[in-house]
Design a protein around this ligand. Sequence first.
Ligand code: HEM
Length: 403
Amino acid sequence: MTTVAEGLLLELLDPANRADPYPTYRRIRERGALQLPESHVAVFSTFAECDAVLRHPSSCSDRMKSTLAQRHMAEHDAEPRGATSFLFLDAPDHTRLRGLVSKAFVPKVINALEPDIRTLVDGLLDTVSDGSFDAIAGLAYPLPVAVICRLLGVPIEDEPKFRDASALLAQALDPFMAMTGEVSELFDQQMAAGRWLADYLRDLIAQRRRRPGDDLMSALIQVEESGDQLTEDEIVATCDLLLIAGHETTVNLIANAILAMLRHPQQWTALGSDPGRVSSVIEETMRYDPPVQLVSRIAGADMTIGDIDVPKGDTMLLLVAAAHRDAAVFDRADEFDPDRGAIRHLGFGKGPHFCLGAPLARLEASVALSAITARFPQAHLAADPVYKANLTLRGMSTLFVAP
Ligand code: HEM
């Protein structure tokens, strides 16, 4: 029999609720933390709880530390997995790998990309004709993809080749197993996509080894060749992470902000005439409709969060999108109001895994949003947006706008 907690999680997973998951989040939050002891899962949805888990020194990101993974490995006599990206590693490997990559994301390097980003945005908006246009295919998707390809040194012409693999891997972030106890029907396809993308990147790394470029992949190869700080598998896993993070997140920030403003037309007009408002629009979108709706942690030791005891090895799902509507922290939490003053959110995470790409995402979104609102001051929604099935990296597949 399905318990109330399980029923709520199934409701959240149901793609029929993807366009507006917020009523479900509210019901989950109002019930308090959900524990599924047999599944070794705890679900947190208030701001204080999510914040506490992210700051807790025993919170781990390495999924192999979970009771579920340990049991699976023992039952299937499985080998520990190969190289994995630092998103899913803990200190000391996380610290070492993040340190090597973070130099590429310092403000000076990111800010230097602004003229290129502006040119890309202008070029994309130049192609908009009088009829309605899809703001995903026309702006929100191609911009971050072009930028991350350029940063990494991945040929943009290959995008049609890795688009599907990237989308499948993004969907693999949904905590299907933790929420249902079952393996997703897409599992085999997701594994195959992972292998395909790793092979693709391995080939590209071999090319860059022969002919280095002025890109992050070549820089990581040079680190590897100058010492023993990085293995080839780690380069592959790092490029994999950055390519997917660059593909599947910023698109949703740009699109969610466009949608929120079109549903609050005074916000669209205000930004169009005052680009100084763009940071507030971005931060409020990150709170109100965050591109990453949940993050997970494993309890590395027995932990207490609020009044909940979480045993070592349990998987903790943090519904940050629910936490962002918590009335204990936000006045009028369900309203989109960029003028609400200091805006707190966990949309880029918190603590040691805080999003490395946040300055880049903010820059891309600020150029895209100020340009589109200034250029099309009369824009309005041309159709209901259509959502992809993804729960964690939730986002639209189409967003038709009449300029
Ligand atoms: C609006 C766009 C974005 C959002 C909402 C977002 C969100 C997040 C979140 C929530 C995390 C933390 C995950 C966790 O704690 O488990 C994270 C980590 C990360 N993000 Fe982003 N991200 C965005 C864009 C980007 C971009 C453009 C890049 C790079 C090109 C990027 C690279 C990373 C990396 C490398 C990590 C792992 C950091 C670590 O484990 O130390 N992100 N991101």
